[in-house]
Write a protein that binds this ligand. Structure first.
Ligand SMILES: [Zn+2]
Length: 448
């Protein structure tokens, strides 16, 4: 009788997420991939039995991370960002084309970013390209070089080197991207609506929300939908905040248009009513809206009208985040959530009676599928052995200075959350977040 195969690693748990359901299993790993999922014991060189309070889940795929290196490495960087990712159960990040310098808008800039990431990453890293007025007509080159798609802003981005597209330029970008079957990912706020509501800022959060009303999102999203209808390009709406945009998106998809939507942990965890004056750690664009709006976003997730939840991790230095004494008009906008995104969403989901399986569909499998990585974000034979031992019921308090993020600024500081990432494996190897650990992350390319 032939002897049973011996795997490099066997992970054993009574609670393994397979095909969207938790069940007991042994997961056998060979050559960095999941080679077997078995109800009976498997033999491994290493056998790790998870604790009774741990579940085995696929590593998260966070398709919305601003690493900012090179150029603004004091805001974040590949070493700190990927350590934060691993500590938060995220085994793949896709880096946004801004706010690094250079922005990822040319093949040369992509090479620069890869060279910066390669020696530092402890989780897998891929890259979005940017679509800006200056590089329209040349997007194919970046696509062929392996970016996962193209980010565009419809309103000013906040940094001078990454300009937004006007209506005609959006149309050109969609036409161009449709030609090679790419994906446009859009920061959808309308600049005319923002201009019409501009106010003098100040420390009151309500005034900030008034300056970026729902209408800015709905108008911009309507424009994207119309462009998709005309060009046939695939588009994805980034960081949806306003639930008022959901009917138009639902109708667009009912029509068969290839358009997807994400929201972010901070829109699901926080509500405008709770945000104190001058608390600019909560500033992001589009803004966190009302408690009722938050309920509607959760319902849209449950209904399948929002596809995924990713962090939009967008840190800066404390000096910029708290500039001008907490004036929401002047502070840098962006929330750092990479390390705490899973716990934040899970804590809120649990309070709403939503099971962990659903959360992982939105944060692991969903983003993997969206960016075209079917071998990630799931525990399945043949998939990457990117795995996390997660203790869903362990409570902890977030301390911003204890996070792996480079800057100790967090909207989650002081929050009591549930769900602790105990261990993370990348391609079957345990990931260490120690400063001297060898960087085992790989650079990944779309379609490969
Ligand atoms: Zn972003």
């Amino acid at each position: 009788m032939p002897s049973a195969p011996r795997f490099d690693l066997v992970l054993r748990s009574t609670t393994v997420l397979v095909d969207g359901r938790f069940r007991p299993a042994d997961v056998g790993v060979s050559g960095g991939r999941i080679a077997a999922i078995s109800e009976s014991p498997l033999e491994g060189v290493d056998v790790v039995t998870l604790a009774d309070d741990e579940v085995l889940i696929p590593g998260l795929v966070d398709s919305h991370v601003h690493v900012n290196e090179p150029g603004r490495t004091e805001w974040e960087g590949f070493a700190s960002a990927t350590r934060a990712a691993a500590a938060g159960g995220v085994t793949t990040i896709i880096d946004m084309p801004l706010n690094s310098i250079p922005a990822t808008v040319t093949v040369e800039a992509l090479a620069t970013k890869r060279a910066s990431a390669a020696p530092q990453a402890i989780v897998d890293v891929g890259f979005w390209g940017g679509a800006v007025p200056q590089n329209l007509g040349t997007l194919r080159g970046l696509h062929d070089a392996g970016v996962f798609g193209f980010k565009a802003f419809l309103a000013p981005s906040g940094v001078d080197e990454f300009e937004h597209l006007d209506a005609a330029q959006l149309e050109r970008a969609l036409e161009e991207i449709a030609e090679f079957g790419g994906l446009l990912i859009v920061h959808a706020e309308d600049p005319a609506v923002l201009d019409a509501h501009a106010n003098s800022g100040g420390v009151g959060y309500g005034r900030f929300v008034d300056s970026r009303p729902d209408e800015a999102e709905t108008t911009a999203i309507d424009r994207v939908i119309a462009g998709v209808r005309r060009t046939g390009a695939r588009a994805h709406i980034l960081h949806l905040s306003s639930a008022l945009a959901l009917p138009a998106l639902r109708a667009a998809r009912a029509e068969g248009l290839p358009i997807t939507v994400e929201t972010c942990p901070h829109y699901l965890a926080f509500a405008a009513e709770q945000i104190p004056d001058a608390a600019t750690q909560f500033k992001c664009c589009p803004p966190i809206r009302s408690d009722a709006n938050r309920d509607a976003l959760w319902q849209a997730l449950l209904d399948g009208d929002i596809n995924i939840v990713v962090t939009d991790h967008s840190p800066s230095t404390a000096a910029l985040k708290f500039a001008h004494g907490g004036d929401f008009g002047l502070a840098w906008g962006g929330i750092a959530g990479l390390q705490v995104g899973l716990a934040a969403v899970w804590t809120e989901a649990q309070a709403r009676g939503i099971p962990l399986e659903r959360v992982l569909g939105w944060m692991s499998t969903g983003p993997a599928d969206l960016v075209g990585l079917p071998g990630k974000g799931r525990i399945a034979v043949g998939a990457a052995a990117d795995l996390v031992a997660f203790a869903p019921n362990e409570a902890f308090t977030v301390h911003a200075e204890a996070l792996q993020h480079r800057n100790a600024v967090s909207a989650y500081d002081g929050a009591s959350l549930h769900g602790v990432v105990r261990r993370t494996w990348l391609a079957g190897n345990p990931v260490s977040t120690a400063p001297d650990a060898a960087p085992g992350g790989r650079l990944i390319e779309a379609g490969r």
